[in-house]
Design a protein around this ligand. Structure first.
Ligand code: KG4
Length: 344
C-alpha cells in the first residue's frame, strides 16, 4: 500500500488530496476560486497565486485533522509543475517540497495534462498503454498518443484558443457569466427545451449561423481552432436581441462539439483499436460525453472518461499521475516548474 499527498494549483482551483495506490481517494478538499475571479470574467494570475497560498494551509490542516499523518505514513508527495500559471504552480511546488522534506519521502512533479488523463484510475481503471489521450480544458486542446508515463506524442494541438477558453469567451460575449462552459451548456439546454421539434432539429445544419470549423481538414490531420467561431459570435451579437442569447449559445456549442468530434474521429481513424481517454474540464459537458460515446462505439474503441467530480482540476488526479511513476520505480521528468506543456 502506498499513500500519496498531492497538491494542485495550476489555475484557479486549490486542491490537496490524500490518495492510496493512485486510486482510492481518502480525502480531496478543494477550494474553487471562481468567486474571486468572477467579476473579471477570467482568471487573474496574481489573485490566483495569493489564494493558493492562503488556502493550501487550510486544506492541509483539514486533512491533518481527519487523518493522523506522521512521518512514515506518507510514501510520496506530488504537485503539478506544468503547464499552468507559473505563480500558482510555484506555490504548490514549494508547499509539496516542504511536505516531502518533512515526511522524508520522494517528490514527484506532475504534468497537468497527464494528471487529467490519469484521473480515470480514480474510478478503478488501469491506465491503458498504448492509448489515445484527448485533453480539453481552459488552456489546452490536444490529442496525444500515449505509450507510457511521461511518453506522449502530440497528434494535434490548437492553432489558437483552447476549447474551454472559447466557451469562456463566448459566455462573456453573451453576458452569461463565468466560467463559460457550464453557462453555455445551461443556455443551450434552455433553448433546446424551449420547444424544438424533431423536424427543426434535423435542419440544425442549415440553421446554424456559425461556420463549420476547419471544414476541409484532411482525414490524416488532427488540428483544433476556436478563434474564428469566436469572431463570428462577436459579429452576430452586434445585432443581438435578448431572446437570441440561448439560441446562439446552442449553435455555438453545436459547432464546438462538432469540431472536437471531427478531430477525435481523425485520431481514431489513424490509430485503430487504441482505447481513448477523454479528460479535462470541458469533458464535464453532457452532450459532448454522449456524442463521444456514440463515436467510440462506431469505431469499436473503448472510451474512458474520468468521473465528473474528477474532470475539472483537482489534486486527486495529481496523485493518480504520480502513482504511474511510483509504482514502476520511475523518476518523474517534470521536476521543475514551467508554463510549457511539453513532454520530454
Ligand atoms: O480542466 P479545467 O478544470 O481547468 C483547466 O486546466 O483549464 O477546465 C476548465 C474549463 C473552463 O474553460 C470551463 O468553462 C470548462 O472547462 N468547463 C466546461 C464545463 N464545465 C467546465 N465546458 C463545457 N461544459 C461544461 N459543463
Amino acid at each position: 500500500m502506498a499513500l500519496a499527498l498531492a497538491f494542485e494549483s495550476s489555475c484557479d482551483e486549490t486542491g490537496v488530496a490524500l490518495v492510496q495506490d493512485g486510486k482510492r481517494v481518502l480525502a480531496a478538499p478543494l477550494y474553487s476560486q471562481i468567486e474571486e475571479h468572477r467579476p473579471y470574467g477570467g482568471v487573474i494570475p496574481e489573485y490566483a497565486s495569493r489564494a493558493h497560498l492562503e488556502k493550501f494551509t487550510l486544506l492541509l490542516s483539514q486533512i491533518l485533522k481527519e487523518n493522523a499523518l506522521q512521518p512514515g505514513s506518507i510514501d510520496y508527495v506530488a504537485a503539478t509543475t506544468r503547464p499552468g500559471l507559473v505563480g500558482g504552480l510555484l506555490v504548490g511546488y514549494q508547499s509539496a517540497k516542504a511536505c516531502a522534506r518533512f515526511f522524508s519521502v520522494p517528490f514527484f512533479g506532475v504534468h497537468h495534462l497527464e494528471a487529467h488523463l490519469a484521473a480515470v484510475t480514480l474510478s478503478g481503471h488501469v491506465m491503458p498503454y498504448p492509448s489515445l489521450g484527448l485533453v480539453l480544458s481552459g488552456g489546452n486542446s490536444v490529442v496525444y498518443r500515449l505509450s507510457g508515463p511521461g511518453k506522449a506524442q502530440v497528434l494535434g494541438d490548437t492553432l489558437d484558443d483552447a476549447a474551454g477558453e472559447a466557451l469562456d469567451k463566448a459566455a462573456q460575449i453573451l453576458g452569461l457569466g463565468y466560467p463559460g462552459g457550464p453557462k453555455i451548456e445551461e443556455a443551450a439546454l434552455r433553448f433546446f427545451e424551449s420547444g424544438i421539434t424533431q423536424a427543426s432539429q434535423n435542419n440544425f445544419g442549415d440553421e446554424n449561423p456559425f461556420p463549420v470549423i476547419l471544414k476541409s481538414l484532411p482525414r490524416d490531420k488532427v488540428q483544433f481552432s476556436f478563434s474564428g467561431i469566436k469572431t463570428s459570435l462577436l459579429r452576430l451579437t452586434e445585432k443581438l436581441n435578448t431572446q437570441d442569447i440561448d439560441r446562439l449559445a446552442f449553435f455555438f456549442q453545436e459547432r464546438v462539439i462538432q469540431h472536437i468530434l471531427q478531430n477525435v474521429e481523425h485520431a481514431l481513424w489513424q490509430n485503430k483499436n487504441l482505447p481513448l481517454i477523454a479528460a479535462g474540464g470541458v469533458m464535464a459537458n453532457r452532450l459532448l460525453r454522449e456524442r463521444l460515446e456514440t463515436l467510440c462505439k462506431k469505431y469499436k474503441t473503448p472510451l474512458l472518461i474520468p468521473e465528473k467530480k474528477y474532470a475539472t482540476d483537482n489534486a486527486a488526479m495529481v496523485a493518480a499521475a504520480a502513482h504511474l511513476y511510483f509504482e514502476r520505480g520511475l523518476v518523474s521528468p517534470f521536476s521543475q516548474v514551467t508554463a510549457s506543456n511539453a513532454f520530454p
